[in-house]
Design a protein around this ligand. Structure first.
Ligand code: GAL
Length: 705
């Protein structure tokens, strides 16, 4: 046991936080810096599981690791909740057990991702440092007994978190069997105490400089909200001044970033460059801006749970694409369900074969690792009912064999996938600011910005077979088509980037509610789409929340033979045309009088580029026609070719290779004609036509590029 004296980190952390926060203010929350590279993230295809050796007698470890090795598992993630075992009393560090676990794993050819244990502080810590507990919105402090009870902005907690992360890195940063680090676990809960509020006020001061500027940007004359002192500014999370609401979320995001950076800084100088650093995010969760928090990571990762029901390839697939867009490269699925969870309304199991199909769906979307949570049922603890690969008795659960099949398949396919990633001609823009802004003021309670995004994603992906979902600030010039569903908040800077994209020859499609708000969540004084209205040569005259669908007429310039009626569903904007060369693509039918016969979608060519505005949420059929038009007009090609309904196609390319993963997520056996003869990697052989049973998978390598 080594006890080093602790430096006065509190002072260092205040400086660090000020630095991080003011840097974020200066640079804007969503700028993406070049992440450090890590060799482990280039390992082609990894199968993993979450293992908790601290919960089991050491004599049992070897049997578990042997079962893992037999299943083809490459890595275990360990340690992320083991603080009380690593430091049972303050300053008393116990890492020998961890060292032995890592060494034994190595004997079984299993590598290790170490989790920093800061999502589960030990009881001695919260007892001695009660100020590290987060304060709930009702003003009550959280307490020990579950997890995530810490306060993400508390300086004392950061000191303690830095210390344990440093001790771990000092011990394992050069361990050849440790391939990476996971910081904390699923950042989620912030704190609302007086000190948090004070830090928020300081953050606002560095963002706005003067109260006059803040009052003006937030229009605080409204309801006498004007502030004459920074310490008057409250925390609001759901109903409040829209500027205040947005800034709180930006503060939350910057604070998670600095919370994480604190631990990265404790690890990075003491860890080999090959050891990657990541954290496990949560798909569509919008508690903070993931673009902001990802900036300091070498790899993005997420926890992919279905919960109740079955794999939804659209919503789940788009969440993969979203995560890939955090750093614009391949990512990891750090946790996924071994059959079923314990927290849904009904914790049904995925069907036999579905777990394997889901893993290939993950890989197809750019996952380079799939890791099951968790390995073995714990004998006690909050999650006794959760699915596992091994039962409480230590013998394999029925699903073990399916995962072992994956282990064999990953080994076979890994060389072909090495150096490949997902390349797309189409990008969908995603923005946390816009999602928050709409969710605070939905205007139609049914209007969900994620569902709106997916209504575009579904038909676009069905045709293009590959889509990127990227930040509205990401580079766009490589895309033929960029679609921005409900991009409600558009800063001046983003507007200029989008204008440059169109002028550079790209096709930008804005969905309804786009370009309404500025960077402070205030209304643009121009009508929608705000700073893009001039380029569009048209604008929104009025928006209408719909209590019943409204018919829309038009076929997006395609002589469609369909007689099926088409509808705007939840939202309809009355558009007008201001420029002589702006064309009308769609009009409303008979409705509330205001909308009758008015334009619902308009488009304008700009040199070699084009800008389109679709002012209504559309039913699936109309959206399919709209998507078809967008893709054709933009010259987007299919990544593979036509396939029967239910067959998902996932292209990955790079390093001179082109690989297609095909998964049958339908209920019927399907036959697929390939666009050319290809090598079937899983089944060894050349194929031009193949048959896939439900949940079956094939991995095809096309001729080298
Ligand atoms: C995740 C969490 C894991 C485990 C899992 C159960 O959100 O990171 O620790 O609780 O859920 O599904």
């Amino acid at each position: 046991m080594i006890i080093l004296s602790k430096p006065n980190w509190t002072r260092c952390f205040s400086a660090l936080i000020t630095l991080c926060l003011s840097a974020a203010v200066l640079t804007g929350a969503s700028q993406v810096a070049t992440p450090p590279t890590a060799s482990a993230s280039q390992t082609p295809l990894l199968l993993g599981t979450a293992w908790y050796p601290e919960q089991w007698p050491e004599a049992r470890w070897d049997a578990d690791l042997e079962l893992m090795e037999n299943a083809g598992i490459h890595f275990v993630r360990i340690g992320e909740f083991a603080w009380s075992t690593m430091e049972p009393a303050e300053g008393e560090y116990k890492f020998d057990w961890l060292e032995r676990a890592i060494a034994l794993a190595a004997q079984h050819h299993i590598q290790v991702v170490l989790g920093t244990p800061t999502a589960a502080p030990p009881a001695w810590l919260t007892q001695k440092y009660p100020e590290t507990l987060r304060i709930n919105e009702d003003g009550r402090p959280d307490e020990h007994g579950n997890r995530q009870q810490f306060n993400w902005s508390d300086l004392e907690y950061r000191e303690l978190a830095h210390d344990i992360a440093f001790r771990m890195a000092d011990r394992f940063g050069h361990n050849p069997n440790v391939i990476g680090w996971q910081i904390d676990n699923e950042y989620a809960s912030e704190s609302y105490g007086p000190k948090d509020r004070q830090r928020f006020q300081e953050w606002l001061k560095s963002r706005y400089g003067t109260l006059d500027a803040l009052n003006a940007r937030w229009t605080t004359a409204y309801w006498s909200e004007s502030y004459t002192g920074w310490n008057q500014i409250p925390i609001e999370t759901s109903y409040g001044n829209p500027g205040l609401l947005l800034n709180w979320k930006l503060f939350v995001s910057d604070t998670w970033r600095s919370y994480q950076k604190n631990q990265i800084d404790a690890i990075r100088p003491h860890a080999d460059a090959r050891q990657l650093i990541t954290t496990n995010m949560m798909g569509w969760f919008d508690g903070y801006d993931h673009y902001t928090v990802s900036q300091d990571l070498g790899l993005a990762a997420w926890d992919d749970y279905v919960g109740q029901g079955h794999l939804d390839p659209i919503r789940n697939g788009a969440a993969h694409d979203l995560t890939r867009g955090f750093l614009n490269k391949n990512f990891w699925v750090m946790e996924t369900q071994p059959g079923f969870v314990n927290w849904a309304r009904v914790n049904n199991a995925l069907d036999k074969g579905e777990v394997r199909a889901m893993a290939w769906h993950d890989v197809g979307h750019g996952a380079d690792a799939v890791s099951y949570w968790q390995w073995r049922s714990p004998l006690n603890g909050q999650e006794e009912y959760h699915g596992t690969l091994v039962g409480a008795d230590g013998t394999p659960a029925p699903l073990y064999a399916e995962v072992a099949q994956l282990g064999r398949e990953f080994a076979k396919v890994a060389p072909a996938l090495a150096g490949t990633s997902v390349q797309s001609e189409v990008a969908i823009l995603h923005s946390y600011e816009s999602r928050w802004a709409i969710n605070w003021q939905r205007h139609n309670s049914e209007y969900d910005p994620v569902k709106e995004l997916l209504s575009y994603y579904d038909p676009l992906r069905e045709y293009a077979q590959s889509i990127d979902i990227v930040s509205s600030d990401a580079p766009l010039s490589q895309y033929k088509l960029v679609v921005a569903p409900a991009l409600n908040v558009i800063s001046e800077e983003t507007a200029q980037k989008l204008i440059a994209y169109v002028r550079g020859g790209g096709h930008l499609v804005l969905g309804d509610r786009s370009g309404m708000k500025d960077a402070d969540n205030g209304l643009w004084p121009q009508r929608q789409p705000g700073p893009l209205a001039d380029l569009l040569g048209g604008r929104v005259e009025q928006f209408y929340a719909l209590d019943a669908p409204v018919e829309v007429l038009g076929d997006f310039g395609q002589a469609s033979s369909t007689t099926t009626k088409q509808y705007a569903t939840l939202w309809a904007e009355q558009l007008s045309v201001k420029a002589s060369d702006t064309e009308i693509l769609l009009r409303y039918g008979k409705s509330n009088g205001w909308l009758d016969g008015q334009p619902a979608a308009i488009t304008r060519r700009v040199g070699a580029g084009r800008i389109t505005y679709i002012g209504a949420s559309l039913d699936a059929k109309t959206m399919a026609a709209a998507a078809n038009w967008m893709l054709k007009t933009s010259g987007v090609t299919r990544a593979f070719g036509p396939v029967p309904a239910g067959i998902e196609v996932y292209p990955r390319s790079g390093n001179g290779k082109l690989v297609y993963i095909l998964v049958n997520l339908g209920k019927k056996t399907e036959t697929v004609d390939l666009p050319a003869e290809m090598t079937d990697i899983l089944h060894d052989g050349r194929v031009k036509r193949l048959t896939l049973q439900p949940y079956d998978v094939t991995v095809l390598q096309a001729a080298n590029r």
